[in-house]
Design a protein around this ligand. Structure first.
Ligand SMILES: *[C@@H]1O[C@H](CO)[C@@H](O)[C@H](O)[C@H]1NC(C)=O
Ligand SMILES: *[C@@H]1O[C@H](CO)[C@@H](O)[C@H](O)[C@H]1NC(C)=O
Ligand SMILES: *[C@@H]1O[C@H](CO)[C@@H](O)[C@H](O)[C@H]1NC(C)=O
Ligand SMILES: *[C@@H]1O[C@H](CO)[C@@H](O)[C@H](O)[C@H]1NC(C)=O
Ligand SMILES: *[C@@H]1O[C@H](CO)[C@@H](O)[C@H](O)[C@H]1NC(C)=O
Ligand SMILES: *[C@@H]1O[C@H](CO)[C@@H](O)[C@H](O)[C@H]1NC(C)=O
Length: 652
């Protein structure tokens, strides 16, 4: 028995009113006999949190321990599972204590079903059937917190940001452009054409930690997508430099696909800069093994295909030949050494139902981000295969896309009013189920067809929930204005429970990321553009809280349509507020960008200093895509072309 005073105080409740004790049920006080594997020690469901303690036999290194339970509806779902973590080893035994203390009040819990312990290295699974009824004790379970009240109401585009992103010497967008291209086909030993180094941090650079000196399939494809946007916009004589980089990229991707030793097929996530597979030498007298990593990551084949399909379409539109597109981009059957797209697309079509690791490389599950980019790849791929005269592949891709689309509705969680970043058990204490990956999934996976786009009410609700979740987490979020009085939007990280600090993990170590903050800016601009081109918007009960936070002066009513013609004042107010918040996110990036304009991975949550991998390529790519979305929202259709015509020089 123990009191919950501390928890109550943390929740801000009056301890004198609610103080009650947790009812802890102890099932076993000492570990079981050797060979049992797993046994429940104790549990409680107190103040909305399920706290369990379990004995786990130390039979191998990689252990996955899950507790299955039923929710308040007596149902067992992929969400009513908790993943347990190591706590301590028990002296004089071969057992360890594993446990979790996870808020589950949103789904509720009625019964503990079973414990499952997978000893991954030896392929053995131990289970204990529990069937134990659970009763709540302690303080009343909290309810889903409401989003906070807005602390500012920024409006319209800001001149400081227009200037900061202008196409002119020394502006941030020129710095981002230059620094991004330094990392493409970088001048480091062994780097081959068509690869992208993830950051200037690793053995070849001044900064050694963390070691990001690899070609990540995801990061490279998202970077090359920016190169393609520049290629498509550049004037004729500037196009060739971009074009050769993109053809090199296609060849590099094809090379990766044919690497021997791919353990999980095309979902292999990272390669050395010479484009060979990531190996680790454990000792001088054993052959190198494939390096341990979270694999597969099945978003990579999808985003690689999207980028190259878009490049092929732009190349054809520019007068390029169909034969070249087939032999250097599409036709993996006839040109496996050179053309990667068909192979990546067929991999997505046949593997999208498999769980895979997420874009943060942390959890194997079914991820919204991964499904969204896979969907876009399949739909774009089906149209492209038809263009390539490959109707069999087109049919395969279309039917996979239809089946995949039917699964997307499972990600909406009405109890949490958010799209779940994954449909699976809580891992790493991410019990909020909030992750900027959902917004990145829309940015990189929306196929312009009305399915989970910028104006979808579930997407808007998710954007609100995730973007405001960091306000209470990061001390620097308490700063609301820069020295000139410009509104700073809340800095955005990956997810509120994050503990990665850019080099390792630490309690309260998770930081805001430049690319996550840029994603919110881009989201605001793109929502603004979508509404402007539709000339109207509908507010639902689901999206109303988004507008109440981001456009409070519009005083929207659920069920109401706002249009440019009929109620133009409120409509204009909303567009102006979205643009204003887009710029407020940009102001946050600007405020925390060092004087030299270089963007690393993260911003220290306490000091605001840039930390983590130096010159993260994706940080630059995300700043550029956000600035392209800003130009579109502003109606500036020359911006991308001007930046593209700055031109790119080979790295030597
Ligand atoms: C969770 O349960 C364990 C074992 O009973 C206990 O030692 C621990 O203090 C509990 N944690 C919380 C936060 O209640
Ligand atoms: C869940 O099951 C228990 C008994 O197993 C029962 O008492 C309870 O009413 C059920 N709750 C719901 C919501 O069905
Ligand atoms: C544990 O419970 C889950 C969820 O009901 C079920 O799928 C699984 O088969 C159970 N495991 C065992 C060994 O009974
Ligand atoms: C690498 O690409 C550059 C152009 O981007 C080209 O000049 C060079 O010849 C290429 N090198 C190889 C080995 O293909
Ligand atoms: C590729 O690069 C890695 C890391 O630098 C190195 O260990 C490996 O030997 C290289 N492979 C080839 C074929 O050059
Ligand atoms: C799907 O993935 C598996 C490996 O996970 C691979 O063996 C298989 O070839 C993949 N399918 C396609 C069409 O690439």
């Amino acid at each position: 028995m123990e009191t919950t005073m501390r928890n109550l105080l943390a929740l801000g409740l009056a301890a004198t009113v609610y103080a009650q004790t947790c009812q802890v049920t102890t099932v076993a006080t000492t570990p079981p006999a050797t060979g049992t594997g797993v046994e429940l020690s104790s549990y409680s469901y107190c103040g909305g949190s399920l706290n369990v303690s379990v004995f786990i036999e130390n039979v191998n290194y990689n252990k996955v321990v899950s507790l299955y339970y039923t929710n308040a509806q007596n149902q067992s779902t992929p969400l009513s599972v908790i993943s347990l973590g190591y706590q301590n080893s028990i002296a004089d035994t071969n057992y360890e204590t594993w446990g979790a203390n996870t808020p589950v009040y949103i789904d509720g819990v009625t019964e503990l079903l079973n414990l499952t312990y997978q000893a991954v290295d030896i392929g053995k699974t131990y289970t204990q059937i529990l069937d134990l009824a659970v009763t709540a004790s302690g303080a009343p379970a909290p309810t889903l917190p409401s989003p906070p009240k807005p602390y500012a109401t920024p409006n319209d585009f800001q001149n400081t940001i227009t200037k900061w992103l202008a196409v002119e010497d020394g502006s941030e967008s020129e710095i981002a452009f230059t620094r991004m291209f330094l990392n493409i086909q970088p001048a480091i030993p062994g780097a081959v054409n068509g690869t992208v180094v993830a950051a200037r941090s690793g053995p070849s650079y001044d900064q050694k930690d963390p070691d990001y000196e690899y070609d990540w399939v995801r990061d490279s494809s998202l970077t090359m997508e920016v190169v393609n946007t520049l290629y498509a916009a550049a004037s004729k004589k500037q196009k060739s430099a971009y074009e050769s980089i993109l053809f090199n990229y296609a060849a590099a991707r094809a090379f990766e696909q044919t690497e021997l030793g791919l353990q999980t097929g095309l979902g292999e996530p990272k390669f050395y800069m010479n484009n060979t597979i990531f190996l680790v030498e454990y000792s001088a007298d054993s052959p190198p093994h494939i390096g341990p990593w979270g694999r597969p990551q099945n978003d990579g084949p999808a985003t690689a295909a999207i980028t190259l399909i878009e490049f092929a379409n732009a190349y054809l539109a520019n007068g390029g030949s169909l034969a070249t597109v087939k032999s250097k981009i599409y036709d993996s059957t006839a040109h496996p050494e050179a053309a990667p797209v068909q192979k990546d697309l067929l991999f997505v079509a046949s593997n999208w139902t498999s769980s895979s690791f997420d874009l943060w490389e942390e959890e194997s599950s079914d991820h919204f981000y991964t499904r969204m980019v896979q969907r876009r790849a399949l739909l774009q791929g089906a149209a492209f295969a038809t263009k390539m005269g490959d109707s069999a592949t087109s049919t395969t891709l279309s039917s996979a896309a239809t089946a995949l689309t039917a699964t997307l509705s499972q990600f909406w969680d009405p109890n949490r009013q958010t799209l779940l970043y994954e449909y699976g058990p809580v891992l790493r204490d991410k019990s909020s189920y909030l992750d900027i990956a959902v917004i990145l999934g829309v940015i990189h996976g929306y196929n312009n067809d009305g399915v989970y786009g910028y104006t979808n009410d579930q997407v808007l609700s998710s954007a609100l929930r995730i973007s405001t979740s960091f306000i209470s987490v990061y001390p620097i979020a308490a700063r609301h204005k820069d020295a000139s009085g410009h509104t700073l939007a809340p800095p955005i990280g990956r997810y509120p429970e994050d503990v990665y600090n850019g080099v390792g993990t630490a309690t309260n170590g998770g930081n805001p990321w430049y690319l996550a903050t840029a994603a919110m800016a881009q989201f605001m601009y793109s929502a603004s553009s979508s509404y402007t081109s539709a000339a109207s918007l509908v507010v639902t009960a689901t999206s109303k809280p988004f507008f109440d936070y981001y456009a409070p002066n519009a005083k929207v009513v659920a069920g109401q349509t706002y249009s440019k013609k009929v109620n133009s004042k409120a409509f204009k107010e909303i567009i102006s507020a979205l643009n204003g918040w887009g710029d407020a996110y940009m102001q946050t990036i600007r405020y925390y960008t060092p004087a030299n304009g270089h963007l690393s991975e993260e911003i220290d949550r306490n000091t605001g200093v840039a930390v983590g991998a130096a010159d993260l390529t994706w940080s630059y790519a995300s700043l550029l895509t956000a600035s392209f979305a800003r130009a579109e929202a502003k109606g500036d259709n020359q911006y991308v072309r001007k930046l593209a015509n700055v031109g790119v020089m080979p790295n030597t």
